[in-house]
Design a protein around this ligand. Sequence first.
Ligand code: NCD
Length: 307
Amino acid sequence: MRHLMSPLDFSVEELDRLLDLADDIGANPGKYAHTCDGKRLATLFYEPSTRTRLSFEAAMMNLGGKVLGFSSADSSSAAKGESVADTLRVTSCYADICAMRHPKEGAPLVASMASSIPVINAGDGGHQHPTQTLTDLLTIRSLKGRLNNLTIGLCGDLKFGRTVHSLIEALVRYSDVRFVLISPEELRIPSYIREDVLNRGHVPFKEVERLEDALPDLDILYMTRVQKERFFNEEDYVRMKDFYILDRQKMELAREDMFVLHPLPRVNEIAVEVDSDPRAAYFKQAQYGVYVRMALILTLLEVELPC
Ligand code: NCD
């Protein structure tokens, strides 16, 4: 039995196969409509979510399966003090696979150790968000036709933004990938990513503060919101929250074939006027998220695929 805690749990070859499967699902959804008949997905969400939870549920329904779960810690026995390990021991009796989001780093890993069904990390604190990374990889590969030879700008809250941490870890395994890390001083990438992932892997990267300086060189611009819920005080958040606003004027500095991604939710960091730019790919990205989660469920459940 396999769990998914980090994008590195899959080899590059396995990831390629998963993305190929997601492509086929997107092109031929009908073929997969009954592949999970009789199976159940539990969504255990201790933190707010729109896309991740709903796309997991849509993914399981698209495969013919059923879903159950909770969408806040308050409405689960966590409010009574139950451990995630115990919650997983019982969830294993009700479902075949589960996706867990939790504010504490490592909680899904602890849960997976007590589980007899595959556990998917759907975001653990400021740590990792592997299924957003699968979504991002599928989006980049579909739009640019490749995952190598890319200059990727990551902009915003690189300190607390878990999607950024997972995406960097996944992308460094492809050749000729360069990063431009665009953040205010206080929200720079954590040192474990800078040292253990980028420096140790001899990956080219630079850290800049001004988005305008980075824009002309990028193949992909990955915007993120400032992670309000991870700040220790409101004052710091207020000071940081509108540090970057991508608008039509700034988009003029970017290449015609650059794409803008964002895991969403957006707050102010992308002006609504950018949505109509053909390079704005963040809503398409949400659609890719359903295909890739369908592919992930099929893979972890080891379902025999239709030919
Ligand atoms: C992200 C998350 O939860 O980390 N959202 C998502 O799952 N698409 C990004 C965010 O909340 O800013």
